[in-house]
Design a protein around this ligand. Structure first.
Ligand code: CP
Length: 302
């Protein structure tokens, strides 16, 4: 399958995923530079460390070049009232591919509807983060050697956390996985994602208690509370946390993932973080570089 833009995790079918995994592995091992100075623009209206810098590193490693605005809300002409569509219709004359992070849920779709060059969503509000789902699936595959027959615990702010939503959309294509959602009251996974899982007959359950699911999990995917997205002055009591003691109840092949940045939901000592192979979130962030290289190459038809 070939795609022009990547604006939703629903575009990521199984063949596409495995083709990209293969290519990411080759790019990691061989360090090829298939591009001929093509330009990637990063247009970020929300803060980012990993997504923006990994895309920027990816284009440079592929042999391309970069233009960037890291605080587009303030330092682009958006502040003068320019519509996103107009901004895109200008940047598509300057760049061969655009990565957009925006605070509105349909921003990437809007951008793709007018862009002459590929648009990649780098995260749309509380909606979607498809390239995070790509690197999450790539990491699960690298760590477990399969994307099936796994018990995946997804914990934290599942209401506003876009990475958990996109991950579930992609996971829903794979058979015989079991998902446990763990969230504090008020931050449960929304119905659209749960209905998709029901429609595809994916076994899932919901709980508020992280400790009871840890010992049986192959993946523990934690997420941060997205306080900046709270709409109604929510007062949420979120005590979900993985710490040194919780590690004792995990299986030896279990892996802890997190899209990062993490705050108090992970409280693991530096020593354990460095030595315990079950802690995979820094390898996960590294995987983002290679899978994004493969994605850029695909969208530029190289
Ligand atoms: N995972 C992720 O999207 O991180 P950043 O916000 O740092 O890009």
């Amino acid at each position: 399958m070939s795609i022009k833009h990547l604006v939703s995790s629903n575009q990521l079918d199984i063949d596409f995923l495995f083709n990209l995994f293969d290519r990411a592995e080759k790019l990691r091992q061989e360090g090829q530079k298939p591009l001929n100075n093509e330009i990637l623009a990063t247009l970020f209206y929300e803060p980012s460390t990993r997504t923006r810098l990994s895309f920027e590193s990816a284009i440079l490693k592929l042999g391309g070049s970069l233009i960037s605005t890291e605080n587009a809300k303030e330092f682009s002409s958006a502040i003068k009232g320019e519509a996103l569509e107009d901004t895109i219709r200008v940047i598509d004359k300057y760049a061969d591919i655009i990565v957009l992070r925006h605070f509105e849920e349909d921003a990437s779709q809007k951008a793709a509807s007018v862009s002459q060059v590929p648009i990649i969503s780098g995260g749309d509000g509380a909606g979607e983060h498809p390239t995070q789902a790509l690197l999450d699936m790539y990491t699960i595959w690298k760590e477990h050697g399969t994307l099936q027959d796994l018990h995946i615990t997804i914990a934290g702010d599942l209401k506003y956390g876009r990475t958990a939503r996109s991950l579930c959309n992609v996971l829903s294509q794979f058979k015989n996985n079991k998902i446990t959602f763990v969230s504090p009251k008020g931050l449960e996974m929304k119905d659209d994602i749960k209905n998709n899982l029901r429609g595809k007959k994916i076994d899932f359950k919901e709980t508020n208690d992280l400790n009871t699911t840890l010992q049986d999990s192959d993946i523990i995917y934690l997420t941060r509370t997205q306080k900046e997205r709270f709409e109604n002055g929510e007062e949420i009591n979120n005590s979900l946390q993985i710490n040194d003691q919780s590690l004792e109840s995990l299986k030896k092949e279990a892996r802890i993932l997190h899209p990062l940045p993490h705050v108090e939901e992970i409280n693991i000592s530096l020593e354990k973080e460095t030595k315990d192979q079950r802690i995979a979130y820094f390898r996960q962030a590294e995987n983002g570089l290679f899978i994004r290289m493969a994605l850029i190459e695909h969208l530029l038809n190289k």
